[in-house]
Design a binder for this molecule. Structure first.
Ligand SMILES: Cc1ncc(COP(=O)(O)O)c(C=O)c1O
Length: 425
């Protein structure tokens, strides 16, 4: 083996390969769809491909051509129709741009609105506490200072405290400086990792403050359509009207390998994102995949699939909740999600070392994996976390089947009972 190969660290997305979907592998760690759902995706893409092959020649060949930066018109109009129906509010195709997923959308926003303006001092991105752990890597790649938004223990943002901190952030306002002072990154509905949804009242306050202070709001709204009961609020933020960008993705609705997502934003923001050098050089960043999505929307397959996914995931949430209720020790708290992928479990104070040194290996030995809460903490160990992220575990419902859930959760709960004692009386 070459030295460079030997030194190579396993990549985050290098799943276990063949064993990944073994019934005795209870992977509550990965926030990605299971093979069962990917098989459905593969069928939808197969018929979309056949439909594309039979489409009129101009349409068909456009899928293989460099595409308009924002995305092809028929694709945007099909997407706008799909989103209008799912969000229950009108979405204008002019406010949409095709991306290669939500991660790329955030990267593009960092580049276009901050990195192109190096003169304004270190840019700040405010993130929820806890937040989607991988977004912090992207922000740091671009030299952002990541600042946690003060949050109550129930996950609700402490607006007053945050406004006091955000108001003090120093910035330049000369015409050559960046268009926005700083940025607020939010996962507004069914947040990764806690499952919490922002209230309309807090969203309003955040929006008004950001308009007044000239801050950009980036909503990583990747779980909005995956609700398991009541729909999330129709319009938390006035997307498409002011300083608000909403990024969505087909990674959770179809499959992450497709690498297609979208941005919804005011036209000026869309046109700025479309003026990015890479986008101009290569054209639409997901031209072919986005044509397949257009086929899946116009055939009705996507709507049917999303409805089916909600039903499947509702079953999974119910199974997880029932197993946790039956098996967790009394001292362990958890949230039952009403949408999205995640359950957040908080162990008693002082459990951080137990989690990393004992629970992770013991769980692995019985085939169970979960996310370590500390990874989602924007403080990243820099100061004590008053919200207890290092005492928490994140469970994902994506990468397990409903049949695996009772046994997988029972194994995890047994380890927790061995440590923290018995069940509720
Ligand atoms: C909040 C959030 N944003 C972005 C992503 C990644 O999305 P994409 O695959 O579209 O880049 C994830 C995936 O887990 C996520 O949870």
């Amino acid at each position: 083996m070459a030295a460079s190969q030997a030194a190579r660290k396993p990549a985050l997305h290098e799943y276990d390969g063949a064993g990944d979907y073994d019934p005795d592998n209870y992977n509550f760690h990965i926030g990605a769809p299971h093979q069962k759902e990917l098989l459905e995706c593969s069928k939808i893409i197969e018929s979309a491909t056949l439909s594309l092959a039979k489409a009129p020649v101009d349409f068909r060949t456009s899928a293989f051509q460099y595409g308009r930066e924002q995305g092809a018109e028929p694709v945007l109009s099909a997407l706008a129709g799909f989103l209008s129906q799912e969000y229950q509010r009108p979405v204008d195709p002019e406010n949409l741009m095709i991306t290669a997923g939500a991660s790329m959308a955030f990267t593009l926003v960092c580049t276009e609105f901050f990195c192109k303006y190096p003169g304004g001092g270190t840019p700040v991105v405010f993130v929820e506490h806890p937040t989607y752990f991988l977004v912090m890597n992207i922000a740091q790649d671009f030299g952002f200072h990541v600042e946690p938004i003060p949050t109550h223990v129930n996950g609700e943002i402490d607006f007053g405290q945050w406004a006091a901190v955000a108001g003090k952030i120093h910035h330049t306002t000369s015409p050559t400086s960046r268009p926005f002072k700083s940025m607020v990154y939010l996962v507004p509905t069914f947040r990764n990792p806690t499952g919490v949804t922002l209230t309309e009242e807090t969203a309003n306050k955040i929006h008004n403050f950001c308009v007044e202070q000239n801050l950009l709001i980036h909503c990583d709204d990747v779980y909005n359509i995956l609700y398991y009961g009541e729909k999330p609020p129709v319009k938390l933020f006035p997307v498409g009207e002011s300083n608000v960008i909403s990024a969505g993705t087909f990674s959770k609705l179809l499959g992450p390998g497709l690498r297609v997502g979208w941005v919804e934003a005011p036209k000026e923001i869309i046109s700025k994102l479309g003026s990015n050098g890479m986008v101009v050089s290569g054209g639409c960043v997901a031209q072919f995949s986005s044509f397949l999505i257009e086929r899946a929307i116009t055939s009705g397959d996507l709507t049917r699939h999303v409805k089916d996914l909600r039903a499947r995931y509702t079953e999974k949430v119910r199974a997880i909740s029932a197993a946790l209720k039956a098996g967790l020790p009394e001292s362990v708290k958890w949230t039952s999600p009403t949408g999205g992928y995640f359950v957040w479990i908080v162990l008693p104070e002082g459990s951080a070392e137990f989690i990393t040194k004992e629970l992770v290996p013991a769980a692995k030995a019985v085939g169970v994996r979960f996310g370590v809460g500390a990874r989602s903490c924007p403080l990243r160990g820099a100061s004590p976390c008053e919200l207890g992220c290092p005492n928490a575990l994140r469970l994902s419902l994506g990468h397990v089947t409903v049949d695996q859930i009772p046994e997988g959760i029972a194994r995890l709960c047994k380890l927790l009972r061995d440590r923290f004692g018995g069940l509720k009386a």
